[in-house]
Design a protein around this ligand. Sequence first.
Ligand code: OAD
Ligand code: ZN
Length: 247
Amino acid sequence: MIAEARAAIEASTRIVVMTGAGVSAESGVPTFRGEEGLWRNHRAEDLATPQAFARDPLTVWQWYAWRRSLIAACRPNAAHRSLVQLMCRKAATTLVSQNVDGLHEQAASEAGRSDCRPVLLHGSIFRVRCIECRNEREHREDIEATSLEALPHCPACGSLERPAVVWFGEILPRDNLRRALEAAAAADLCLVVGTSGSVYPAASVVDTAIASGATTIVIDPAGTGFDSGATLKLSGAAAEVLPLLVR
Ligand code: OAD
Ligand code: ZN
């Protein structure tokens, strides 16, 4: 199956890659669903919705501060690096990610290929956005989530800032979603890595590629929502399987 997948990649000209939390699992970033997933011990509606932030911004920021410090200690793994190599070898590759951890970008910059950027569907955990004027900026400093005053505030208008991520019930960044869907509709090969496929509209990017007739390869150690539509399912860890495909 590895040989078959390699041949499919060689033969393809327009590739769309969709990644989820599983691509960063071997870097030490927790996934959301499954045994050790974040949604096992945390209620999404208390932490990842606009209503939760309006009600209790301090609790929401404490959770994001914890995730940021956890992610800041993580390094890209062989899966992230292989995807940078793939983008170098196959110029017409669009990398789409649901991840907010920045590890695709970090792998690209470590390879001296900062141009190999992912199309982000769910934002970035190291960016913040003003709740009033919507001014957005990078923010990597430690967050002292001990009082409302200590939380990040907008340099332009002084209002409270929130994590620049997409929460449940919110719309995705329109241009990024459009780019992802266009790449999927035009793709002859779709590589799906480490996503359960349970969150829409992100999952519709893969649905679009499958519906458009793209050869679809799913890399995931567990079952996903895309398995029935996939041409090939490679049941394994991303950091082990992807280097075999792209080497
Ligand atoms: P999930 O936690 O739903 O799925 C992670 C997938 O990664 C599962 O299918 C696992 O089997 C797989 N996995 C685990 N370890 C792996 C490994 N080493 N290699 C490859 N795959 C592995 O995460 P996502 O599908 O990314 O949304 O979740 C989608 C969205 O739901 C997230 O972007 C987030 C979450 O709520 C927002 O924050 C808006
Ligand atoms: Zn502002």
